[in-house]
Design a binder for this molecule. Structure first.
Ligand code: FSX
Ligand code: SF4
Ligand code: F3S
Length: 361
């Protein structure tokens, strides 16, 4: 495939109809959160703008973000990867590996300098000069700085890339952080969530590709279109919250009847994301619909904020992670004392048996 052809060129080459091209443009317009009178602009851009070159790299993370992305519904990730972007390099999805793969990365950076989109998943590890996250013989920090300096824009895909995520949770042994301070002056778009909603990533990539600029952002560099509302604002359980009707236990009759999950630790009231609108797996469901409270996975430091015990009195004796740690330490200490006492008793019994045996001889 000629990597610099437009989306329309690609449709033509594949023998796809003008009708399906226009349908694709309408779907993209809605995904980007643009009004229907912008369809003609999207069509024009999709006819003329070359397919965006994307380099996708991974730092410290669990790869759940890619797992989410490859299940994107509209458009299908396979369509996006094959038809609408030129994915030149991806640590996870590329079949190639080794030196030729790394050489291809450098060739792509040089060939499309200032024109490619850099998608980043995962946190940056900074402790001990970044040796806890290496890629192609270099630290991830080195790779990120180099690739970001030559990109047209950077997308921090996932809470780890945006804020550090689980790697940066206490006690953060690898000194992990979000990628923001390593991208220099290149514009950055944060797409937090652990993992994020795949259609949000698609919308951001296509906005950058078709309009050559970042979408409108809030003060945390998140696209307003997708992070402008709290989970609480679009939650279908909200009428129960307003009426003071709360589930008291997971899967009790009230939880199953759709009552509010606030008392079970729901962080919807302080979490900004589109889960209630877009949902997952092509609109099928999202945590709250499945009976699980929102744990605020798109918030900074959510791993340290103890969401599961936040408003659950029966778990208060355990308290936060530090207290759980202290509790475990206390149990361990108690275990050591008990073990010591048991050992003393066993030793006494052994001595008595030995003495008895000697007396019998
Ligand atoms: Fe983090 Fe993503 Fe959570 Fe995992 O790439 S946001 S741990 S779903 O994989 O980075
Ligand atoms: Fe708000 Fe959570 Fe209750 Fe939904 S379940 S109404 S997000 S507190
Ligand atoms: Fe995350 Fe809450 Fe959505 S946990 S997936 S932001 S409902």
């Amino acid at each position: 495939m000629d990597k610099r052809e437009s989306m329309w060129d690609y449709y033509l080459k594949k023998g796809m109809s003008r009708r399906s091209f226009l349908k694709g443009c309408v779907a993209l317009t809605s995904l980007m959160g643009l009004s229907t009178d912008m369809v003609s602009k999207v069509v024009e851009a999709a006819e003329k703008k070359p397919l965006p070159v994307v380099i996708w790299i991974h730092g410290h993370e669990c790869t759940g973000c890619d797992e989410s992305f490859i299940r994107s519904g509209s458009p299908l990730a396979s369509d996006l990867v094959l038809n609408e972007i030129a994915l030149e390099y991806d640590h996870l999805l590329s079949a190639a590996c080794g030196e030729p793969f790394e050489a291809h990365l450098e060739e792509t950076i040089q060939k499309y300098k200032g024109k490619y989109i850099l998608a980043v998943e995962g946190a940056v590890s900074t402790k001990d000069n970044g040796i806890y996250c290496m890629s192609g013989g270099h630290t991830f920090t080195h790779l990120l700085k180099h690739a970001a300096a030559n990109a047209s824009a950077v997308i921090a895909y996932g809470t780890c890339a945006a804020y550090g995520g689980i790697q940066a949770a206490k006690p953060n042994p690898t000194g992990s952080s979000g990628i923001g301070m390593f991208v220099g002056s290149t514009p950055i778009v944060n797409v937090p969530g652990c993992p994020p909603i795949p259609e949000v990533m698609t919308g951001v990539i296509m906005h950058l590709a078709l309009f050559g600029q970042v979408p409108p952002l809030d003060n945390e560099e998140r696209p307003k279109q997708f992070y402008g509302n709290r989970i609480h604002d679009t939650c279908y359980r909200r009428p129960f919250f307003d009426a003071g009707m709360f589930a008291e236990r997971f899967n009790d009759a009230a939880a199953r009847a759709g009552w509010c999950l606030y008392k079970l630790g729901c962080r919807g009231p302080e979490t900004y994301n589109s889960c209630g609108n877009l949902r997952w797996f092509q609109g099928m469901s999202y945590p709250i619909q499945s009976g699980a409270p929102c744990i605020g996975c798109s918030n900074p430091h959510f791993w340290d904020e103890d969401p599961l015990t936040l408003r659950m009195p029966e778990y208060e004796p355990l308290g936060n992670v530090d207290k759980i740690g202290a509790g475990i330490a206390a149990l361990t200490a108690a275990g050591v004392v008990v073990h010591g006492a048991m050992s003393m008793v066993q030793k006494q019994q052994r001595d008595e048996i030995e003495a008895k045996k000697k007396g019998e001889q």
